[in-house]
Structures are given as structure tokens and as C-alpha cells.
Write a new protein. Structure first.
Lengths: 154, 154
């Protein structure tokens, strides 16, 4: 196990003896683990959303099952990244703007908006109608962009 | 959209006009996209499995809901990486051993073994019994290690 999950074992060692449930921050051993986690989760989400978007935009052929499958995974992935925006993770290998922590409620609202739009896309993707999928892709994409414009540094 | 998903749009452009469903390889624009995708998916999986393992090993306090939630996500994540082990992705920023492609059936069997063990862990994690969770964590960890030992370069 040591070779497989060194960072988790370090986290575990650091936390040994705690008797209460762990707060979100304690789920990551080091700030850079949280940064890597959220970037990785967002990349996987973006890959799957991107495929649905490419179909909606007519850039790749529409395939109803592929759209539904990718929307499902993107929706699941949309739930993961935000627990990792913990205090102290505005530095390092990240484009996260410090504004995120200065206005956390607004940031969380923007994240929630994206999750809601992605969930709506997931529902319509199961319906297989390209026009409704296209509309939902547009709304979801807007919610991605709004958050990036406000909270991602170039 | 262009700012958000440039690699997907490049993939889309490259694929425009195809009239059939896309093979796995065509789901990634460039070999490095496939490499990044599988590494990112494996890292997210490892983070969640690592938390269950840390509880099973007594390194962090056992919390039944946290174990079940993390096992669920790890199981979902376990399904994602393998479609990205496409031909031509043994080079670049990867530790994937070229043996993977020389003996793809054996590699796929090792991947399936891990997915099966993770799915079993997910079932027992919902039961909340730390001893059965511990046993399933052990089997899952062994399946991770077997594949890394055989197919991951140092």
C-alpha cells in the first residue's frame, strides 16, 4: 500500500488519533493534494462535457447513447471539485483567484449553478433530442464560463 | 466555449464529417489528452480509495458514511481510465509500460480485477462493518498493486 498512496498515508499519519469526523480540509494531506484533486476532477468533467458539447455543436456526429453516457459522467464529476477549494490553496500550481476565498458564498453559488445546469443537461441527454441537448449545453457552458471569468486567473 | 475546451474543439474539428460512432481512440484529440485523462481519473479514484483504506487501517477514525461515500465515488471512477489506454500513448508524460499494448488482454484482465474488487468494496462499505471493509480494502489494494507492479514503470 505504501507505494500506491503515499500522500494518503501521510495524511493518515498526520491525522492519527483524531476522534471526530474529518472536516473537508482534513481530507487532503497537503494543500497541493487538494489543488491536484480539483484540477484532475475538473479535467475529467471537462472531457466528458466537451464530448456532449461537440455533438451539440455538430462538430462530431450525434450519438444518443454517447451523449447520455458522457452527460451522466460529467454530472457525477461536477459534484467533486468544490470540497477541495480549501483555505490556503490559492497558492501553488493553481489558477484559482484569491477572490474565491474572499467571496466564498458567491463562488459557491457559481459552482452550484454549474452543477444544476449540468444536472439539467443530464436529464435532457437521456431524452435524446439534439435541440434540447444543445440548449442545455449552452446554459451549462455559460455557467462554466461565468465562474472561470470571475475566479480563474490567466 | 473556445476558452473552456480547446482540446475538445480540436478533436471535434479533426473528426468533423465522420458519420459513424467514434471508436475509443477518437474520443481524445491527442495522445497526451488520453494520458492526462487516465492519470487524472486514477488520481481522483486513488484519493477516494485512499480515504477508505486509511479508515480500514485505523489511521483515521472510521466513519461509516464517509467510507460508503468514498467507496461509491472510487467505484465510479474505477470505470473511467481504461478507455484511455489507446495505441500510441506509451510515450510522453506517462509511466505506462509498453507491455500494456503487447499484452492488452492480460492488462485488461488486471484492470477488470481491480474494478471487481472495488465494486465488492463498495457493497461492503454500505454495510458499515469495519472488518469486512478492511478485508475488501486489502483485496482491492492487492489488485491495484498487481497492475502497478506489472505495468507501471518507475
Amino acid at each position: 500500500m505504501k507505494r500506491l498512496f503515499p500522500s494518503m498515508l501521510m495524511a493518515a499519519a498526520a491525522l492519527a488519533g483524531l476522534a471526530t469526523a474529518l472536516p473537508a480540509a482534513a481530507q487532503f494531506a497537503k494543500p497541493e493534494d487538494a489543488i491536484k484533486y480539483r484540477k484532475n476532477a475538473l479535467f475529467v468533467m471537462g472531457t466528458h462535457f466537451g464530448r456532449v458539447a461537440a455533438m451539440a455543436n455538430g462538430r462530431i456526429p450525434f450519438d444518443a447513447k454517447m451523449a447520455a453516457d458522457n452527460a451522466e459522467i460529467a454530472t457525477m464529476m461536477s459534484k467533486l471539485p468544490y470540497v477541495a477549494f480549501i483555505e490556503g490553496t490559492d497558492k501553488g500550481d493553481t489558477k484559482a483567484d484569491p477572490k474565491i476565498w474572499a467571496e466564498k458564498d458567491k463562488f459557491n453559488a457559481a459552482a452550484t449553478k454549474m452543477q444544476e445546469e449540468m444536472a439539467k443537461l443530464n436529464v435532457v441527454a437521456k431524452g435524446g433530442n439534439i435541440d434540447t441537448i444543445k440548449a442545455a449545453v449552452g446554459e451549462t457552458g455559460k455557467s462554466c464560463k461565468a465562474c472561470h471569468d470571475a475566479y480563474r486567473k490567466e
